[in-house]
Design a protein around this ligand. Structure first.
Ligand code: GLN
Length: 200
């Protein structure tokens, strides 16, 4: 059974732990370097990316985490986690730090006010058609050649400006979604990630 950590500095940690367990992993919270060293993969939950970036510094996890990701440890970021994994953030705070795990540029709080908490059905490569919940979510504004696009916002009138925007990506062992599968009771995205961890 793979042991998967959930970065537990801030954000919706308990929901990810529950979903990972349902998807067949052993899930453990990670707050310290020694805990990070023991996991086979890591989930970076939703929350507030500027706060999490700050806490990663305080807990001296930023460099160790960046190193493990660079060495190929599987990582999955949802929402704020996607922001942290990105190479670059638009509309971030000047002191926001990046983990550089994905060759993408993300826009923070990208959905306009009307669609701030957009929900919709999308086709997710490798997980199927699923209901996605977006809460002050980012989107991927630009993705490098090595980045696989797994899902986009459907082109429907309710999506407004967000239509066709990229909201799920994978690059090697790093997976990211702009939405929160941990809130829907559907563990397919977590299963996909557990499979990625098993494969390494
Ligand atoms: N808006 C948040 C941020 O910038 C992300 C929101 C979320 O994770 N639900 O970090």
């Amino acid at each position: 059974t793979p042991v998967i950590g959930v970065l537990a500095l801030q954000g919706d940690v308990a929901q990810h732990v529950a979903m990972l367990e349902r998807a067949g992993a052993k899930a453990v919270p990670v707050r310290r370097q020694a805990e990070l060293a023991r996991v086979d993969g890591l989930v970076l939950p939703g929350g507030e990316s500027t706060t999490m970036s700050h806490l990663l510094g305080t807990f001296e996890l930023l460099e160790p985490l960046r190193e493990r990701i660079a060495e190929g440890m599987p990582a999955y970021g949802s929402c704020a986690g996607m922001i942290l994994l990105a190479r670059q953030v638009l509309d971030g705070r000047a002191d926001q730090r990046q983990l550089d795990g994905l060759d993408v540029v993300v826009r923070r709080n990208a959905f306009g006010r009307q669609v701030d908490s957009f929900e919709g059905v999308l086709d997710f490569t490798g997980a199927g058609r699923l209901h996605a919940v977006f809460i002050r979510a980012p989107w991927v504004e630009k993705a490098g050649d090595g980045v696989e696009i797994l899902a986009r916002i459907p082109d429907i009138p309710e999506a407004g400006e967000a239509a066709d925007r990229i909201v799920a990506v994978r690059q090697g062992a790093v997976l990211a979604t702009a939405f929160h599968p941990e809130l829907t009771g559907d563990e397919r995205v977590h299963r996909l990630f557990v499979g990625m961890v098993r494969g390494t």
